[in-house]
Design a protein around this ligand. Structure first.
Ligand SMILES: C[S@@+](CC[C@H](N)C(=O)[O-])C[C@H]1O[C@@H](n2cnc3c(N)ncnc32)[C@H](O)[C@@H]1O
Length: 251
């Protein structure tokens, strides 16, 4: 079968990492797991050994056919429910834990879709670069819009790096296993205004934060004060809690 790069079809074949992903998810039998991108079912099989129910979403009908054959008994008993479709378009079922080795090209929209759901824990394999941006803190080279916005929804940590040789075919990049807790690091009253400010600031990276907020307020008809210590800093030096405070001030 020809695997499609455009659909991120890199199969994780090194069992060591599959076991790690499952271990990090701290599964108990009563958990209901959602897996996006089941592929050939390597991770699905381990999940089905650990929990009472797994929902899988897979876009490729060729994989779906194989999955239906491989897991015929689990489908029959209702322990595995396969949803054929695009994870960005189909409604997510109710689940406790999200465990997936996702297609990297949909990392951002899929993560924000996930974060709008109610769940206990997620263990997700991302491209390492994306994972580093997701968990980055102010002052770090990787800190940007994604890092700030994510902190209004969750706490995330990188647990392991997976080398390209663990996959077939090998991707060009390293991957990272990330654990996500749905506990916001910063509390934001109005996420829409917060995200607008963050977007506005990071599209003016070379300007000072004081000027950026002044411009933003002028364009939107808001009033806000930037604390003195942050006025001369650049967007990538501003902690998420400062973005949150300014957004809440105008909300
Ligand atoms: C990185 S592979 C992971 C395969 C397998 N779970 C593993 O651990 O090796 C990503 C999988 O996501 C599927 N996929 C790609 N885009 C998708 C989408 N929008 N919705 C659902 N599945 C998608 C691909 O067909 C592929 O099976």
């Amino acid at each position: 079968m020809k695997l499609l790069k455009s659909k991120g079809q890199h199969i994780l074949v090194d069992k060591k990492y599959l076991y790690k992903i499952v271990r990090y998810a701290d599964l108990s039998y009563n958990d209901v797991v959602l897996e996006v991108g089941c592929g050939l079912g390597n991770l699905t099989r381990l999940l089905l050994r650990s929990v009472k129910k797994v929902y899988g979403i897979e876009i490729d009908s060729r994989f779906c056919k194989i999955l239906r054959e491989k897991f015929a008994d689990e489908i029959e008993s209702g322990r595995f429910v396969l949803i054929e479709g695009d994870a960005l378009k189909v409604d997510f079922p109710k689940f406790d834990k999200f465990v997936a080795n996702i297609p990297y090209q949909i990392s951002s929209p899929l993560t924000f879709k996930l974060l709008k759901h109610d769940f206990k824990l997620a263990v997700v394999t991302y491209q390492k670069e994306f994972a580093e941006r997701l968990v980055a803190r102010e002052g770090s080279k990787k800190y940007g819009r994604l890092s700030v916005v994510a902190k209004a929804y969750c706490r995330a940590e990188i647990l392991d790096i997976i080398p390209p040789k663990a996959f077939r075919p090998r991707p060009k990049v390293e991957s990272a296993i990330v654990r996500i807790f749905p506990e916001p690091e910063v509390v934001v009253e109005n996420k829409e205004i917060f995200e607008d400010l963050v977007r506005f600031a990071f599209s003016r990276r070379r300007k000072k934060f004081g000027k950026i907020v002044e411009e933003w307020c002028k364009e939107r008809g808001y009033k806000a004060e930037v604390p003195e210590e942050y006025r001369d800093k650049r967007p990538e030096e501003i902690p998420a809690k400062v973005y949150a405070k300014i957004a809440d001030e105008v909300a």
